[in-house]
Design a protein around this ligand. Structure first.
Ligand code: ZN
Length: 584
């Protein structure tokens, strides 16, 4: 490590998070916490919360949160050691002089990479010997060849609390294993235990071929089915694609990359000789993914699952790719097939034909929209055209935009002149709309990526963990507070369970909600609970505040234009809203 742990702990103890953040953000005390305007996204009413006990911050607007070091890293855009040093100096803690060549950052990274490589070797050794029998039988049973499993460095963790810990603790210190996400601390702080137990393990490599994380599939039906390493100094989900290091050469050769959803899709493609394949592994594609891909190719072929959730992921991911000016195609497989199953039954040649025949994104979108709306009716035609407008407007070239119109008109049975007029009107409206420049630290708000508001996501994560206070939080929320939330179905089901005196467990929830909600719960379980000190009650209050905040934003906008009695009425309403929010 760059600094001894004892030093980092001393800085953590000495630092006053409220004072440190107050240097940069104007904070006001409300109840047990401090509130202010978030420095990480643009807002007019405060969603940014800081607390001194435990010393953590979180933002309900953009979902950022963490400890004082995390704040400094985000705000000053520095790595962990630099953040520790800045805070040490701010609070007068003497910084030890132990700089190495290449800086503390590089040494710490190398140490962690060495640990992760050792862990991968241990898991792999397990896989091919007695402790890995179950994982080996599972993957061989799915028809994978030995060479493929060796190529992807398949591993196994036995049903044990300290298999990895016991094997590595002679060479690596537990704090490093903890930081690398390989072990967890026992609740009573009496020691540590392995994160991955009784699972088939897939090492995740960075594009340079170094092991940076692990994905692990349950072998005993336990949830979550797939468990991932948390983010660490060497692993950022939004910048990593599974299999990219193996695919690089083929991507350059074939001039395209195929994006699939899962580890086994990648393994099957490699086995079939379709080498230009990488996987997103359950996270939505980000702008950073798109930039990473651009370094290798401009052509992306997406082949996500055919279910509703997979199709939605396709749309979201395509937007991120198009923003970075990549060419996007979407593969269509027969209903019920994924790349793994299709390659297994139909073979590599048939799959390659599907890849080559894949329609470009816009064409796929038109076909999908035509299937989703009743284009036989006037309302259906309008809805169909409206779903396509945003994608059309994103196309910069007027020539390209015009070229799509005949297909859109034909697929929806539209009147061509009316469609042209609508498009022209939408373009004019887009040009005249005020462009609000984003702050440099601003990326897409959290809800744009997952479809969930941070308050929903955190509440659900705390619920899946069985944290105290969840029942009270559910009790605070009324039907009107849940309306329109992406998690509405799950939260209603949870309320129902709690009201009936039943425990709100992941299993009970999964039994009462539909597939899309189940998938959402799995995604949340994979990400784990928030590390921002946010409580179920905080989340419930934020959700109740939401409509009030929206109205407040409207009032603030209107205040500039109002006068006389209107102005007085607005000021009065603003005061009422403030009282209501304070009362929550
Ligand atoms: Zn924020």
């Amino acid at each position: 490590m760059a600094f001894p742990d004892s030093f980092v702990e001393e800085v953590r103890r000495t630092a006053d998070i409220v004072r440190y953040i107050s240097d940069h953000v104007s904070l006001r005390k409300t109840g047990a916490s401090w509130k202010g305007l978030c420095p990480f996204h643009q807002e007019k009413t405060p969603s940014f919360n800081v607390r001194s006990e435990p010393p953590l911050f979180h933002c309900f607007g953009c979902g950022e949160g963490g400890d004082v070091f995390k704040f400094a890293m985000l705000h000053e855009r520095v790595a962990f050691p630099e953040a520790v040093e800045m805070i040490a100096r701010r609070f007068g803690v003497t910084v030890p002089e132990n700089r190495f060549d290449g800086g503390p950052d590089r040494k710490a990274r190398e140490e962690m990479l060495a640990l992760l490589e050792a862990a991968a070797q241990h898991f792999s050794h397990n896989f091919w010997t007695a402790p890995g029998t179950r994982a080996r039988e599972y993957l061989l049973g799915r028809g994978f060849k030995k060479e493929t499993l060796e190529r992807i460095r398949a591993g196994a963790s036995p049903d044990s609390w300290d298999d990895l810990l016991g094997a590595l603790r002679k060479k690596f210190a537990p704090p490093l294993l903890l930081q690398a996400g390989l072990i967890l601390e026992r609740q009573d702080k009496s020691g540590h235990y392995d994160r991955f137990r009784n699972r088939a393990i897939f090492p995740i490599l960075n594009e340079g071929g170094k092991v940076v994380a692990f994905g692990a599939r349950a072998l005993d039906g336990s949830e979550p089915k797939y468990l991932n390493s948390p983010e660490t100094p060497v692993y950022q989900k939004g910048r990593t694609l599974y299999g990219l290091s193996w695919a690089k050469d083929a991507v350059r050769r074939e001039g395209r990359i195929v994006l699939v959803e899962g580890y086994l899709d990648v393994a099957r493609a490699i086995e079939a000789g379709v080498a230009e394949v990488a996987a997103t592994c359950g996270t939505a594609l980000t702008t950073n993914h798109a930039r990473l891909l651009r370094r290798f190719t401009e052509n992306v072929v997406m082949n996500f699952d055919q279910d509703e959730a997979g199709q939605k992921a396709s749309t979201r991911s395509a937007e991120a790719l198009l923003e970075e000016s990549l060419q996007v195609r979407v593969v269509e497989l027969p209903a019920g097939e994924d790349p793994d199953s299709y390659l297994k039954t139909a073979g590599a040649d048939a799959y390659r034909q599907r890849l080559t025949a894949a329609p470009v994104y816009m064409e796929w979108l038109v076909r999908r929209a035509a299937g989703e709306h009743e284009v036989g009716t006037p309302q259906g035609k309008a809805a169909y055209f409206n779903t396509l407008l945003p994608a059309l407007l994103r196309i910069e070239s007027a020539v390209e935009r015009a070229a799509w119109l005949p297909l859109i008109v034909a697929s929806g049975g539209l009147d061509e002149r009316a469609a042209e007029q609508e498009l022209r009107r939408a373009i004019a409206a887009k040009r005249s709309s005020v462009h609000v420049p984003a702050s440099p630290a601003h990326e897409a708000p959290a809800q744009a990526r997952t479809g969930l508001l941070p308050a929903e996501k955190w509440l659900l994560a705390l619920m899946l963990e069985g944290r105290a206070g969840v029942e009270d939080a559910l009790d605070m929320l009324h039907d009107v507070d849940l309306q329109g939330l992406r998690s509405e179905e799950v939260l209603r089901a949870a309320k129902g369970l709690a009201a009936g005196g039943r425990a709100v467990t992941p299993e009970a929830l999964a039994d009462t909600v539909g597939e899309e909600s189940r998938r959402m719960l799995r995604e949340i379980a994979v990400d784990g609970p928030p590390t921002t000190g946010v409580t179920p009650g905080d989340c419930a209050r934020e959700l109740k505040c939401r409509p009030l905040k929206a109205r407040m934003a409207e009032i603030q906008r209107d205040l500039g234009r109002a006068s006389g009695p209107d102005l007085e009425a607005l000021l009065e309403e603003k005061l009422q809203l403030k009282r209501q929010m304070a009362g929550l």
